[in-house]
Design a protein around this ligand. Structure first.
Ligand code: MRU
Length: 318
């Protein structure tokens, strides 16, 4: 497993991220020397995944404080880098409230996120039966969280407990976070896996090759509606049709009590060129899975079942 500081860290005059655009072919460090450069690394997906975005923004803020940038401007630039993952504004809010050394708070946010991942992964593994063949989408592993992972963390924990047989990995069009990043992380962990085209998931479910679907989340509304990588909603509908449990694994920093339902979640629309440089294209990067398609939401505090409102609120207010 990659060490947390290998994924993202604060140095004396820079935030350094492992450039996820180059993986799995090359391990390249991207050195960001200002909050604007950190924001650009987030916007261009050099660092990505909801908790990792929040951690990078916290380090970006700490860098800005250290180098004497205008902190209101730095906050605004970082906050505008991506719209859907609420961890970004959550982490910046934590940094703004902190009255001590910003670097210390940013490192604490990072350590806490990794700890949350370990806790939720243990809880999520209790939902799986021995011999589970799981399916996952996008990358909700160590890379996306600054270490260990949410949905992939749960698969890691299940594997260590002898509960997991195999993982189907959606390639996750258009930027292939599954085929590049999740497959790489599972390979490193020695977990048996196979990459499939996103559109093959229905066939796999219909032919009885999927026992459970586990994904991460970018924002969970107060009622449990959940935004995650585009294609997640499709999977949840397919899972419901085939009677397969669909689980969301995410930290409390991804729960947004200020957004009552999925309708209020901003959906990032990325450049059409990520799909095709020749034709007109639409490229929504996330979709919203309604709470009633989710069998359980797992946070570091445990397994939450419908109705989610009270139990998620309690998890955030702990
Ligand atoms: O566009 P990305 O790669 O940042 O999207 C990431 C996802 O959708 C992840 O599933 C989500 O952030 C959960 S990460 C633990």
């Amino acid at each position: 497993m990659l060490e947390p500081e290998r994924i993202v860290r604060l140095e004396d005059a820079a935030v350094v991220v492992l450039d996820q655009r180059c993986l799995p072919d090359e391990e390249v460090d991207l050195v960001c020397r200002s909050s604007a450069e950190v924001a650009e690394a987030i916007r261009t997906l050099a660092v990505r995944g909801a908790p990792a975005i929040g951690i990078a923004a916290a380090y970006g803020y700490a860098l800005a404080a250290r180098t004497g940038e205008d902190l209101d401007a730095a906050t605004a630039t970082l906050a505008a880098s991506r719209p859907t993952a609420v961890n970004l504004s959550w982490a910046l809010g934590e940094m703004r409230r902190w009255e001590g050394d910003p670097a210390e708070r940013a490192r604490q946010i990072h350590a806490d996120e990794v700890e949350r991942c370990r806790a939720m992964s243990g809880h999520a593994a209790t939902l799986l039966q021995p011999g589970t063949r799981a399916l996952t989408h996008c990358n909700a592993g160590g890379l996306a969280t600054g270490g260990y992972g949410t949905a992939v963390g749960a698969l890691r924990a299940a594997w260590e407990q002898g509960l997991l047989e195999h993982v189907l990995v959606d390639e996750t069009r258009p930027l292939l976070q599954g085929a590049r990043l999740t497959a790489w992380e599972l390979e490193e962990a020695g977990i048996p896996h196979t990459v499939i085209a996103d559109s093959a998931a229905g066939l796999m479910m219909a032919s009885g090759e999927v026992d459970a679907v586990l994904t991460g989340a970018d924002r969970i509304a107060a009622n449990g509606d959940t935004a995650n990588k585009i294609g997640t909603y499709t999977l949840a509908v397919l899972a419901a049709h085939h009677g397969i449990s669909f689980y969301v694994v995410a930290p409390s920093s991804t729960v947004d009590l200020a957004t009552p339902s999925g309708e209020g979640i901003p959906i990032e629309e990325r450049a059409g060129e990520e799909l095709t440089a020749r034709f007109a294209a639409r490229n929504p990067a996330f979709d919203v899975t309604p709470a009633d398609l989710i069998a359980a939401i797992v946070t570091e505090h445990g397994v939450h079942c419908a109705p989610y409102a009270d139990s998620l609120a309690a998890a955030v207010e702990v």
